[in-house]
Each structure stands twice: as structure tokens, then as C-alpha cells.
Write a protein that binds this ligand. Sequence first.
Ligand code: ATP
Length: 313
Amino acid sequence: ILQLYVPLNFLGTYYRMIKQCMVDVEAMFRLMGENQEVADADDAKDLVLANPSQAKIEYENVFFSYDPKEDRKILKGVSFVVEPGQKLALVGESGAGKSTIAKLLYRLYDIQGGRILINGQDVAKCTQRSVRLNIGIVPQDCVLFNDTIEYNIGFGKLGQGDVATREEVERASKAAQFEKFVNQTPSGYDTLVGERGLRLSGGEKQRVAIARALLKDPPIMVYDEATSSLDTHTENQIMDAIRVAAQGRTNLVIAHRLSTIMDSDKILVLSGGEVVESGNHQTLYADVNGKYRKMWDSQLQAAMKESPSTVEL
Ligand code: ATP
């Protein structure tokens, strides 16, 4: 029996390991929504932040096409600066290039012109791993695994080849204001979620995504706001969680609803791959012929049409 058991046991272990790796790699790609296409330079150095909580982001005249052979430029000379601890919002019509800007910070692609710097260091010359370690991403749609809440949050670290401890998962969950929900589930962090477990609502999934991103305690956070609207109460809860998570970090927000970014230090209005307006809410809104003002007016009109008595943007 022992002779049979040992090899079978080995097989089982390997099977689990292989399966786990496949799940993680696949999931990582799905999470990023992209294939990895860039390689580190031979002399790539790690991104080093003198103060781990201070990150300054600079885009200098960035030009980019997904297919460099094609002529279609997606970004045409984009420049901006986000000081440490500030919040920058990107707004603009669908296809304007907002998500592309965020993807380039994470260095999912190499750019064809200009530079992207974090604390003065060109991300193209840094190791991808060190760049990504410093950036937490909250995607539009959070991919959930058919596994425990702990695994689903801890994945934020698994993606780096590390396993998060229960304490780390709890800390991130607390910071994302998800802890109360977890405590109400039958088995807490061991509760199964996903298709074969507890179904999470849109708002709950968002908080898993925030917790996941916070696991690395990154100095930079990127939020890709969900286009599908949550109800106002849930939306406010998420906004609260994001506000808390944003404290002490440099934040980039891709916004679809203008009401969520009014408090940003800076707002960039993008159109056709170019920054056409920039400023804070007050200054941009005051320009009655500006694009930002027009976007506000049309969102307000759409909201009025939907429910004239309670306008919620
Ligand atoms: P939305 O508000 O709809 O999310 P966006 O402003 O974020 O839009 P991007 O997703 O940055 O826009 O897309 C900018 C342009 O790049 C679009 O024309 C889009 O079709 C194109 N694009 C985006 N991703 C890819 C890709 N992986 N390969 C080729 N083209 C892409």
C-alpha cells in the first residue's frame, strides 16, 4: 500500500501545484486584461523610493500606439504631473485614452515617444516587478475566484509570487471597509465565494478589489471606476472606502461619473489622445464653453430624464 500511496501522493501534490500556477497566471492576465508584451532592459534597475509613501508621477510628452506599425496614435503628446499625495482624475469620452494612460504607468506596453517617470526614474528603465510593486490597481471589474474570501483578497500578493498572511489580508480588508461584511458571513475569511459559494454584489466585489490592491500597501493607487452604476448608497460606501484608501498615496482615477472626482487636486479632460483641458473642478466648471462643463451638463440632463425628482449623478 505504501508503495502505491507515495507516488500517488506525489502526483496529487504536483497536480495541485500545476493547477494552482495555471490558475494564477491565467487569472493575472485576466486581471490585467492584457498580455505581457514588454521585457526588462538588460541594465534595468529597481525603482527606488527614498520615502516609500512618497511617489511623484510625471508624463512627459507621451506618444503611444498599440500597434506601432499602424499609424493610429492613441496618445499624442500627453503631459502631466501628479505630486505625492495628490489625486488626479482622467475624464473624457469613451476611447479617449484614459485606461491606456493607466496601463502605461504599470508598463504593460512600451511607449514610442516621451517619458513616464516615478520620482524622476524612467519606468522604461526600471524592472517591471519593482514598478508594479509600487502600484495598486482597482480594475473596473474584479475577477473573483471560486475560493475563500482570504484567497480572493490575498491574491493581490500572490500575483507577486508571495502568499499573504491572514493578518495582512485582515489589514487590507479593514482598510477597504470590507471587514464588517466578512464578519457577517458564515465562516469569515474562510467563506467560499464565486460561482460555487457566496455570490458577492457589485459593491462587495469592488471592496474585494480595493482590499486586494491595498495588500501591497502601495504608494500609488489607480482606480478604474466601474461604468455600470451601483445604487447611490453602495456608490457612497465605495467612495468612502476609496477616500480612506487614497490617504497618504498618490492617486490616479479614471472617472466615468463626474460627481466622484469633484474633490480631485487636478482633472485632465482627454479627447482623441490629447489633454484638451486641465484644472480643478471649480475652474473647469466655470468655463461655460469648455468640454468639462458640457460633460457635466449632459450628465445632469441624463440624470434628470431618468428620475426628475431625485437627481443623482
Ligand atoms: P472608456 O471610457 O470606454 O474605458 P478610454 O478613454 O479608457 O475609454 P482606452 O481604453 O484607453 O479609452 O482606449 C483608447 C483607444 O485605444 C480606443 O480607440 C481603443 O479601441 C484602443 N485600444 C484600447 N486597448 C487596446 C488594445 N489592447 N489593442 C488595440 N487597441 C486598443
